[in-house]
Each structure stands twice: as C-alpha cells, then as structure tokens.
Design a protein around this ligand. Structure first.
Ligand SMILES: Cc1cc2nc3c(=O)[nH]c(=O)nc-3n(C[C@H](O)[C@H](O)[C@H](O)COP(=O)(O)OP(=O)(O)OC[C@H]3O[C@@H](n4cnc5c(N)ncnc54)[C@H](O)[C@@H]3O)c2cc1C
Length: 487
C-alpha cells in the first residue's frame, strides 16, 4: 500500500461505548449473526462489518461521522439492502449505518408540488401516502417494496415509468447531507429549476454513499394520470422487436412504459406461473398514459402500428386494470421466476443493467445469447428498453468454480460489446463492486476527475471505501461471495 493510499484501510477498533453515547444502546448491533446478515445485499458479495448502527436523527448521523472520521473508520450507509452490485458490502469492514429508522414523511406540499422525506422512507410507503392526494413519485424501481429513498438517490434508481417521467436524478430538487466530517449541508432548492452554480445535490445522486449521507430529500411528484392503456406484441424474431423499440422512440410517441422480455424470460415465467404466455423469441409490453383518453388512444395506436410494421403479432391493448395487471404480471414476476428456471441454477446479478443506444437493442439481446452459448451458461435479456436499459441475469450453478470463471468471461465480453457501441455499464442498478472493472474502463478519461472529487469531499476515505473507482479488480471471481463454492 502506497504511503498516502487510504483505499485499503486496515482494521481499526471501534469503541462501542462511544457509539452507545451517540445513538443509545438499543441502536447498535455487534452480534456476529447480525453482522453476518448485514455483510451482504442483493449482490453476490459478502464481507463482515464491525458494527451496525441505527441512527434515528440527523444529530446521530453527525455524531457517528465525526467519530468515524477522527478514527478513520469506514462508514457504509444502508437503506433496504436491495442494491445488486455490492454497494453496501463493507469490503474494508467498518460501521454499517442502517438508515431505515429515519423514515418520516416530513411534508407533502401540494401547492408547490414537492415532498420532503427522511432517507429511510420506503418507496411504496411514499407512494401510498401520495396516492390519497392523486399524485405519485415516478422513478420507483421494481424493488419499491423494500428500496428506500436514500438508497434510490445514492443509486440513481429508475423503473418502468422512467422512459416518460425520468430517473431519480430528475425528481430530486434538493437534499440535506451530512459530510464525512459531520458537517450538515443543504443542497439544491425547493424549485423545479436552479442555475445557481454547481448542482451538488445532483452530484450526490448516483454517488453510492461515497460522498455524504443523505438525511433529508426534497422530491417532486406528478399527478396520477386518469387513463392508462397497456399493450403487448409478440415477435418471432428478436431483431424485429429491437427495431420496433427504436421506431417507437423515434416516432414522437411518449410511452409511459416500454419493456422487452426474451424467450428465456418468457419460459422462466411460464415455468413458475400459470400465465400461458406464448413462447416466442421476444415480447414488447407498452403503455401510454394521460389525462385525455383521445390522446392516450392516439399514442397506443401509434405503438401498435409500429409493432405491426415490424412483424409483431397477437397485438392487443387494454384500459381495464385487471387486463393490464395480467399483461404486466409476467414482467413483474420475472425476477423471482428466473431463480426457478432450472432447479440447479441460481439467478445472479453480475452484468445486469447495461444501456445501449436504441438502434443496438436487438443486437445487444442477440449478443447476450451468443455470449451465453459461447461460455456454456444461461443468460436472459429483458429490460426497460424504452430507456435503452437492457437487463440480463446469469443463471448458473453457484457451487461450481468453473461456472464463476465462465460468468466472469461472459460479463467482460458483454461489457466490451456495450462499450464498443457507446453504451454504459449501468443504467440503473449502479456500480458497487460487481461492475467496477468495466466502469473504470468506461470512465478512463474522467477517472482522475472522479478521484479528485472523492478526495475533496472525503479526504480520509471513510465513506463506503473500495467502491466505484476504488473497487478491487479481483472481486468478481469465486471469492468473497455469499455463496459456498466447491473447489
Ligand atoms: C428484485 C429487485 C429488483 C430491482 N429493480 C430495480 C429497478 O427496477 N430499478 C433500479 O434502479 N434498481 C432496482 N433494483 C436495485 C435496488 O433495489 C435499487 O437500486 C434501490 O434504489 C436500492 O435501494 P436500497 O434502499 O435497498 O439501497 P441499499 O441497497 O441499501 O443501498 C444502495 C446504495 O445507497 C447508499 N445509501 C443508502 N442510503 C443512503 C443514504 N441515506 N445516504 C447516502 N447513501 C445511501 C448505500 O451506501 C449504497 O451505496 C432492484 C433490486 C432487486 C433486489
């Protein structure tokens, strides 16, 4: 380790009595079984923290940060722990700051069209509270039952409706942040636009807990549309579905949802649910919404015609909530269904949420299948294709070391392709540890700038060290995993 390189922090002793003095005895866990659970998230990785602390106030967070900064102890903020890339895995140990107890909705301001929330508010809970006023918070990821606003901000989460309404970054107007030295700063404003200097609140979005701890967020919301119509089209040829995506997005239509599922995904859903989906090469699910029915009709018809032009079949659409739920059910339940595709194979999040230009969506999906075949593993292609986002999951026998080696080869081939078409490593799930190798290649030109920003805000490197550009090279192998791997 170089003299001033603080990216590999050695283990330091935590004085439990100091932590107790800050947050109280009941808000600290050091039992090994608790620490074990907090050692992983929804990624493949695992590492043990030294303590878990549950702050209930901003003052608690400030106290912990001051103590940690002085004693060079890593601090990793954690919301719902649903991050898929190891963002909350404490690879250098330290304190897990479980933010879920800071979960108050502080204000719903209908006149100025914003709400203020604490970071531990769960996305679904926020939307439930907003619903009674006829409005909703749209960036909502599929994990909205557990994902917290703090985690969504730190990952710049997005979801099925982001194609029309934007990602988390678009909805964040401002926030309060505790810096590594314990200082509290207010960033952004309570207005829709701001041109007053550096937009530091936007910098915090997507920073994966490496620059500051979000303790309050001001978020915009939008009216719940009066009309929603959802449609589906099947395709015998994957490329045709890909072409339809590009044509829809270039047509001036504004889908409120445009999702792709491939044949592996459809088979997985059929295996686990009685939906009787046609086992075609691909299906597109599309939706239009709005306050005027004629306008929604116009959008939906436009999308139907484009699918037809690209050889889509079985095309139908419905306003009926039950029918819409039926159309979307397969996509909604896809993630758990993939785990049951084959009893011997687990669904792992490794290279799982790239984005590519629209014209490359079909090629990307085909490439995923080609790479899977070449490496003798099963991979699927699906995603929020209206946003250019292509998900894949690697289905493999996690006990087999050779499968991990194949997976590693496959993901580097996927990322190589993504970069070759000017795509990006992560569209929504973030970088964490799993995707850091590709992230560093993709951002080679700006890597020094990113490191400079991190050093300026966190000179002692205590906030979530070892993530993003600091992530070690060799973590996506059969080590440091939450799975037991045979030799
Ligand atoms: C089944 C499933 C489906 C998913 N679907 C989607 C999807 O559709 N779209 C999508 O974008 N993601 C999706 N995800 C990934 C993940 O759920 C989201 O990224 C989500 O935003 C993470 O929220 P969390 O509260 O669980 O954060 P965590 O996993 O707890 O943390 C994520 C990051 O946020 C940081 N963090 C947490 N709280 C704070 C805070 N207060 N201040 C600073 N940093 C903080 C952590 O340090 C970490 O770096 C999915 C995950 C699963 C398991």
């Amino acid at each position: 380790m170089k003299k001033n390189d603080k990216s590999n922090l050695p283990m330091r002793t935590i004085d439990k009595s100091v932590l107790e003095g800050i947050v109280g005895k009941d808000n600290i866990k050091t039992d090994p079984s608790d620490l074990y659970i907090y050692g992983t998230d929804s990624s493949v990785h695992h590492a043990m923290p030294w303590a878990v602390v549950k702050p209930r106030t901003t003052a608690h967070v400030q106290g912990i940060m001051k103590y940690a900064n002085k004693n060079l102890i890593p601090v990793i903020a954690r919301g719902g722990g649903s991050g898929m890339c190891g963002q909350t895995v404490p690879i250098h140990g330290g304190i897990i700051l479980d933010m879920k107890s800071m979960n108050k909705i502080l204000e719903i301001n209908l006149e100025d069209v914003y709400c203020r929330v604490e970071p531990g508010v769960v996305d679904d809970d926020l939307n439930l509270a907003l619903e009674q006023y006829g409005v909703f918070y749209p960036p909502t990821p599929a994990s909205s039952r557990i994902a917290t606003i703090g985690g969504e901000i730190a990952n710049n989460a997005s979801g099925v409706r982001s194609v029309k309404y934007g990602a988390t970054r678009d909805a964040v107007l401002g926030m309060k942040v505790v810096l590594p030295n314990g200082d509290l700063v207010s960033l952004g404003a309570h207005t829709r636009v701001e041109a007053s200097g550096y937009q530091l609140h936007k910098l915090m979005v997507g920073s994966e807990g490496t620059l500051g701890i979000v303790v309050e967020a001001t978020l915009s919301f939008v009216p719940i549309p009066e009309f929603r119509c959802m449609g589906v089209a099947n395709f015998d040829v994957l490329e045709d579905a890909g072409k339809a995506i590009g044509s829809i997005m270039a047509s001036g239509a504004t889908p409120s949802m445009l999702e792709l599922v491939d044949d592996v995904a459809i088979k997985a859903v059929n295996k686990t649910m009685d939906l009787g989906l046609k086992e075609v090469a691909a299906a597109l699910i599309f939706e239009a919404d709005g306050m005027v029915k004629e306008a929604v009709d116009y959008e939906i018809n436009k999308m139907k015609k484009i699918c037809e032009k690209h050889n889509g079949k079985d095309i139908h659409a419905s306003y009926d909530p039950a029918e819409r739920a039926k159309i979307f059910m397969g996509r909604k339940k896809l993630f758990p269904a993939l785990s049951k595709y084959d009893d011997d194979l687990a669904s792992t999040a490794l290279a799982d949420d790239m984005a590519v230009p629209y014209s490359k969506m079909a090629e990307m999906a085909a490439k995923i299948h080609e790479i899977a075949d070449k490496n003798n593993i099963v991979m699927t292609a699906y995603g929020h294709c209206g946003s250019g986002c292509m998900h894949t999951k690697i289905l493999m026998d996690t006990k087999r070391k050779d499968q991990w080696a194949s997976a590693k080869k496959a993901i580097s081939q996927v990322y190589e392709y993504v970069r070759s078409v000017n795509g990006t490593t992560s569209a929504e799930h973030g970088i964490g540890i799993s995707k850091a190798e590709s992230f560093k290649v993709e951002k080679a030109d700006s890597l020094n700038l990113l490191i400079t920003i991190k050093k300026a805000l966190d000179p002692n490197n205590i906030l979530n060290p070892g993530k993003l550009m600091q992530a070690p090279e060799n973590w996506v192998t059969a080590t440091n995993l939450r799975y037991a791997v045979n030799n």
